[in-house]
Design a protein around this ligand. Structure first.
Ligand SMILES: [Zn+2]
Length: 555
């Protein structure tokens, strides 16, 4: 019998940074290690990863990191984790290839790390615990669910999935394996919440097929489709439909685009050889004259939009839009890039480019709908449901879905990051332990150097601006040499420069001269005094709190 702890170090109440921990008799199994894109007010932060202090403290108990699929939200923290934990990583071929590519980007030697390509039909043994896998349908190939099988039942981790039918076996769900798990005892299912609030029935890509076929029918010249490379399943769909209509196809992406690189080097994107178009075989003039061709412009986040704008300006891929081109935007903006997308669409309009937008009504979500979740519950028959992955309202939506599927509400456990659910011999322990978690901000390639004080400072800089006060201090004569000068950056006020300068230098001079009268004093103390007093003064006049930087040079 066992002591089982389940907790998330990230991913609950937020979009991304998914990291769940299942601990069975102290053996730690890490499920996913994702990153999150920074909020709009996290100035200068490139990405956010979970705080993994708990894992570092219990390093010796880690059995492995199991990754469900290759999206940044699930795998993006791996290089940072491996630098600190050096644990074994298990994932499918495609996902491990993504990880290898990430490590190379961090200038880490792949050979120094224990990365294992698993066959999802394999069962792994960790003494009294087994780990098994099942294929799921999602936007990247070889996505999997993970089951931690204990004597008290299985803990099934099923993130980022949907149950639509697909023909390509790289994307097919292994329903048999899921129902097999259901025949065993499932103690808890940890299922994603992202899409649990949608209403209406989610269909497969029939709408997309209909709309895209319509575009193929009416546009015989060049078609450009902008897409997210993270949505590989749909890029393949566009390739298939284009090829079926006899078009030549070419997929273009930024150099070193990670998913694209892995997908092309391991043949995860299939373009029939008769339909393959290679831009390098043509001159710019020849490319302009081509007909019956489809160019897929793929990228992450705002890249598809940036690339389209560059093409409008004749700055990308040797391809410039013409009047008879057709552009299809198959990339509904992800949270945080709405403005960039909107600005880009405005530019396309200014350049009179003929475009059509496929919105989320046409592009069905690749995440589990309420119906998918209910089907999952039916197949697994879990004792408990733990909603993961999503903002709190989305997790609550899953709670409602479970309730509507006749689950007792006490069996649906809504947790926060760091909140530990414990089962003793399969019985839920009433009180939840809490461990500290939180965000680690990554700035460039360094880790954890951006603490919250720095973020606050950057926020002030961005919102309130900065005032520099320059001066030269003659230490021997105890006087200011020459004049103090003031410069501002990003600080808005209703004063003229001369007024502001007079107010600030007057105050600073008074403070410095007061210090000169004292027996002992240091330049640092003078600077602190200037910062504090100037801040008070500026706030009194302007109600703003810019950062004050006195630069005093001793001679
Ligand atoms: Zn995903």
């Amino acid at each position: 019998m066992s002591n089982i702890k389940i907790m998330a170090l990230g991913g609950l109440g937020e979009n991304g940074k998914n990291l769940t921990v299942v601990e069975v008799n102290k053996k730690i199994f890490i499920l996913d290690a994702g990153m999150r894109y920074p909020d709009i007010d996290m100035y200068g932060v490139d990405l956010v990863i979970p705080n993994i202090d708990y894992l570092i403290q219990n390093k010796q108990n880690i059995q492995g990191i199991f990754i469900s699929h290759g999206h940044d939200e699930n795998v993006g923290a791996i290089p940072y984790l491996l630098k600190q934990l050096h644990a074994k990583v298990y994932a499918t071929h495609f996902t491990i290839s993504i990880i290898e590519s990430m490590l190379a980007e961090h200038h880490l030697n792949i050979k120094d790390y224990k990365l294992y390509r698993i066959n999802p039909s394999r069962v792994m043994n960790f003494g009294d615990v087994e780990v098994s896998f099942f294929n799921t349908t999602h936007s990247l190939p070889e996505s999997i669910g993970i089951s931690i099988n204990t004597k008290d039942g299985c803990i099934v981790y099923c993130t980022d999935f949907n149950f639509s039918s697909v023909n390509d076996n790289k994307y097919q769900t292994s329903f048999d394996k899921i129902t097999d798990l259901g025949k065993k005892k499932v103690l808890a299912v940890l299922s994603e919440s992202v899409n649990s609030g949608v209403t209406g029935r989610i269909t497969n890509d029939t709408l997309l097929e209909h709309h895209y076929n319509n575009i193929l029918l009416h546009n015989k010249k060049r078609i450009f489709v902008a897409a997210y490379v993270s949505d590989l399943i749909r890029i393949q769909k566009i390739i298939d439909l284009s090829a079926l209509s006899g078009r030549k196809v070419c997929v273009l992406s930024k150099k070193n685009e990670r998913i694209f690189k892995v997908a092309t080097s391991y043949n995860y994107l299939n373009i029939p050889s008769d339909n393959l178009l290679n831009v390098e075989d043509y001159t710019k003039e020849e490319l302009e004259e081509l007909e019956n061709v489809v160019f897929i412009i793929a990228g992450t986040r705002n890249e598809p939009y940036s690339l389209l704008v560059k093409m409008a300006l004749d700055e990308a891929f040797n391809l410039k839009f013409k009047n008879d081109d057709k552009v299809v935007l198959m990339c509904p903006p992800a949270p945080g890039i709405e403005k960039h997308a909107n600005d880009s669409i405005n530019i396309l309009s200014e350049y009179d480019i003929n475009f059509t937008i496929f919105d989320r009504d046409i592009l069905r979500s690749q995440h589990a709908s309420p119906e998918d979740l209910k089907l999952l519950y039916t197949m697994l028959k879990p004792k408990y449901i733990i909603p993961i992955k999503g903002e709190y309202r989305q997790m609550y939506d899953q709670f409602l879905v479970a309730k509507s599927a006749n689950f007792d509400k006490s069996k649906v456990l809504l947790l926060d990051n760091g909140e530990i659910v414990t089962f003793e011999d399969g019985v839920l322990v009433a009180e939840n332990e809490i461990i500290s978690t939180g965000d680690v901000f990554i700035d460039g390639t360094s880790i954890g150097v951006v603490d919250s004080d720095v973020i606050k400072e950057r926020t002030l800089l961005a919102e309130e601006g900065v005032i520099f006060i320059y001066g030269v201090i003659d230490m021997r004569l105890r006087q200011i040499s020459g004049e103090l000068t003031v410069k501002t950056r990003g600080f808005t006020h209703s004063f003229s420069y001369d007024e502001l300068s007079t107010i600030i230098t007057g105050l600073a001079e008074k403070l410095i001269n007061n210090y000169f009268k004292k027996k002992t004093w240091s330049l640092d103390a003078v600077k602190v005094g200037i910062i504090e007093e100037t801040q008070k003064l500026i706030f009194r006049f302007t109600k703003h709190r810019p950062i004050i930087v006195p630069i005093l040079i001793e001679i």
